[in-house]
Write a protein that binds this ligand. Structure first.
Ligand code: GLN
Length: 533
C-alpha cells in the first residue's frame, strides 16, 4: 500500500464511552486483513505525560517498551493488536507545547509570533505523521476528551486541516452515546445530533458514526441519525454493550465497519477475515464453567481502572487455563492480623499490587505473611515484590523494623533501597527506571519454568530496588534471587522455591500480556492457584 491512511476517532456526548476499545477493535479488524496498523492517543491535558498523575485522576499508568509513561488506552491497543507501542503513540498537550516552546527559545521560529495556529497545530500534525515513518498502512489516532472541550480544540483543528490536506487518505470516526429514557421507553438521538453538529461547526464532517447503546437500536433510528448527521446509513454503526470488551471487534465486524472504512479510503475490500485465534479465545471464555478465585490486594481496588493491565492479564490467564475469573478486590488498608485469614482463606491465589508510598503497606505485608505461612500461591508485582522482601526480612530473618527506605528512611534494615542513579534526581516526571530491561533467569527456578527460557525482557517503573547487601542472608534462609539484570546486577525476580508458587517481580509483567499471547507468569500463577483449590 502506497500512502499511509489516517483514521481519527473522536468522542461526543459523554466521556468513558470506550473510544479506546473502538479504536483498538477497528485496528484489530484492519490488522486481521493483513494491514500494518498502529494506534495513537492524543491527550488534551497539560501534564507532559500521565506519569505524575495518581490513579484517582487517571487510572493506571501504562509503560511502553521504550520507557514512556503512557495513557492506559495504550494497554488496550497492545492487548488487541499484539504489537508494542512507543512514546510516539501517546502525546499530550503538555508535550506539544513543550516542544514548541523549546523551539521558540532556540530561535527556530526566526522572529515569528508563535500561535496555536499554525505552530501548535503543525506540531500536532507532525506527531500524527511521525508514525508513518514506521511504514504503517494505517495510523489510528484517538483524540482524548469530548468534542466541545476547550482543551481539545487544537487537536480537532489539526484533524480538520489534515482531512483537507490528505483527502481520501483521512477519515473521522465519531463515537457518541444514545441514552435510553426509561420513563419514555425510548432511545434518544438528540445528544448525537448535537455532538455531530458541534464537530461540523469545527469544520469536521464525520465519515463514520459509532453509537454506543445498551441494546440494539431499530433501523429507523439509525436512518434518522444518518439523515440528521450527513452520514451514510451503513456507516452508522452500533456499539452495543457486550459482556467483555474482547467481543467488540466482532460486533463491529458484523456491521462491516472495517469494510466501510476501506471503501471510504478507496481501498479494495477482500473477503472478511475469520479471526480464528481471536474467536478461539472468546470460545474458551464462553466454555469455561469452573472458577478460579484470585484476590487482588491493593490500595486502589475501588477504582475500576487503577490495575487495568493486571486485571486483564489475570482474565487472559484464567481463560487460557479454561477457568472463569472470580477477581476478589481486597483493600490493603483493611487487612489486619485479626481478619487476614477470614479475608484470604477462600482464595485460590493472591496478587499483591504495585504502588507508591506508605498507605496500605502493613496490610500488604500481613497478606503476604498469610500466603507464605499457608503456602497459598502468591504473586508480588513491583511494590508487591518489595513487600515480599520486607515481610521475609521481618518475619523469617528476624530483622525487626526492616523496610524500604521509600517508607522509612531510618529503618535499621534497608532491605529495599533507592537505586544509586535515583539518588540525585530532582524532577519526578519521567525519571524512574522505565521501560524494558533484560533479565536473566536461573535455570532451576520456577520463574524459568514458567517462561521456558533464560533471557527475558520486561518493563519497569520504579525507583527502589532489592538491596544486594542482604542477598546472601535471604538466599540462605530460602528466598532466592532468581532473576537478575545482566548489566547492573539488580534483582528482578525473587521466589521461595519450597513453596508451591511464591514469586515476586520487580518488573511489571502485566504490560506484556495480550489476548493472543497471554503472559507466561500469569498463566503459571493461575495454574498454581487452580491446583491449590
Ligand atoms: N514504589 C516502588 C518503587 O518506586 C514500587 C513502584 C511500583 O510498584 N511501580 O520502587
Amino acid at each position: 500500500m502506497a500512502d499511509t491512511k489516517y483514521i481519527f476517532v473522536s468522542g461526543g456526548v459523554v466521556s468513558s464511552l470506550g473510544k479506546g476499545i473502538v479504536s483498538a477493535s477497528l485496528g484489530k479488524l484492519l490488522q486481521a486483513r493483513g494491514y500494518h496498523v498502529t494506534i495513537q492517543k492524543f491527550d488534551p491535558y497539560i501534564n507532559i505525560d500521565p506519569g505524575t498523575l495518581n490513579p484517582y485522576e487517571h487510572g493506571e499508568c501504562y509503560v511502553t517498551v521504550d520507557g514512556h509513561e503512557a495513557d492506559l488506552d495504550l494497554g488496550h491497543y497492545e492487548r488487541f493488536l499484539n504489537i508494542p507501542t512507543t512514546r510516539a503513540n501517546n502525546v499530550t498537550t503538555g508535550r506539544i507545547y513543550q516542544t514548541v516552546i523549546d523551539k521558540e527559545r532556540k530561535g527556530d521560529y526566526l522572529g515569528k509570533t508563535v500561535q496555536v495556529i499554525p505552530q501548535i497545530t503543525d506540531e500536532i500534525k507532525r506527531n500524527v505523521k511521525l508514525l508513518s515513518k514506521h511504514k504503517f498502512d494505517f495510523v489510528i489516532t484517538e483524540i482524548g476528551g469530548t468534542v466541545g472541550d476547550i482543551e481539545s480544540l487544537p487537536f480537532i483543528e489539526s484533524v480538520r486541516q489534515l482531512k483537507w490536506e490528505l483527502g481520501k487518505n483521512c477519515i473521522c470516526v465519531h463515537l457518541t452515546y444514545v441514552p435510553y429514557i426509561a420513563a419514555a421507553k425510548e432511545y434518544k438521538t438528540k445528544p448525537t445530533q448535537h455532538s455531530v453538529k458541534q464537530l461540523q461547526e469545527l469544520g469536521i464532517q464525520p465519515d463514520v458514526l459509532v453509537l454506543r447503546t445498551e441494546r440494539r437500536l431499530k433501523q429507523d433510528l439509525i436512518q434518522k441519525v444518518a439523515r440528521f448527521c450527513n452520514v451514510e446509513e451503513n456507516a452508522v454503526i452500533q456499539s452495543i454493550d457486550v459482556p467483555t470488551i474482547y467481543e467488540v471487534p466482532l460486533v463491529l465486524q458484523e456491521q462491516n465497519m472495517d469494510a466501510i472504512v476501506l471503501k471510504k479510503m478507496g481501498l479494495e475490500v477482500n473477503s472478511t477475515p475469520d479471526m480464528t485465534k481471536w474467536k478461539g479465545f472468546l470460545q474458551r471464555k464462553a466454555q469455561a464453567t469452573e472458577t478460579v478465585r484470585i484476590g487482588l490486594v491493593g490500595k486502589y481496588v475501588e477504582l475500576q481502572d487503577a490495575y487495568k493491565s493486571i486485571d486483564e492479564s489475570l482474565l487472559q490467564a484464567a481463560i487460557y487455563n479454561d477457568r472463569k475469573l472470580d477477581l476478589c478486590l481486597i483493600h490493603s488498608e483493611k487487612i489486619t492480623e485479626a481478619n487476614v485469614a477470614e479475608l484470604l482463606a477462600g482464595l485460590d491465589g493472591i496478587l499483591v499490587a504495585p504502588g507508591f508510598g506508605q498507605r496500605g503497606i502493613e496490610g500488604k505485608l500481613t497478606a503476604i505473611r498469610y500466603a507464605r505461612e499457608n503456602d497459598k500461591p502468591c504473586f508480588g508485582v513491583c511494590l508487591g515484590m518489595q513487600c515480599m522482601v520486607i515481610e521475609f526480612a521481618r518475619n523469617v530473618l528476624g530483622m525487626a523494623g526492616a523496610n524500604s527506605t521509600e517508607m522509612e528512611q531510618t529503618t535499621p534494615y534497608k532491605v529495599i533501597d533507592l537505586m544509586e542513579n535515583q539518588k540525585n534526581i530532582i524532577n519526578m516526571g519521567g525519571s524512574m527506571r522505565l521501560g524494558a530491561f533484560d533479565c536473566v533467569l536461573q535455570k532451576d527456578s520456577k520463574a524459568y519454568m514458567a517462561y521456558g527460557k533464560e533471557q527475558i525482557q520486561e518493563r519497569h517503573r520504579h525507583r527502589f530496588e532489592f538491596n544486594n547487601e542482604y542477598r546472601e542472608e535471604f538466599e540462605a534462609a530460602g528466598m532466592k534471587c532468581v532473576g537478575e539484570n545482566p548489566d547492573s546486577g539488580l534483582v528482578e525476580v525473587v521466589e521461595i522455591p519450597t513453596l508451591q508458587w511464591f514469586i515476586g517481580t520487580q518488573y511489571h509483567p502485566e504490560y506484556n500480556s495480550t489476548v493472543v499471547n497471554p503472559h507466561p507468569l500469569f498463566v503459571s500463577f493461575v495454574k498454581a492457584a487452580i491446583e491449590n483449590k
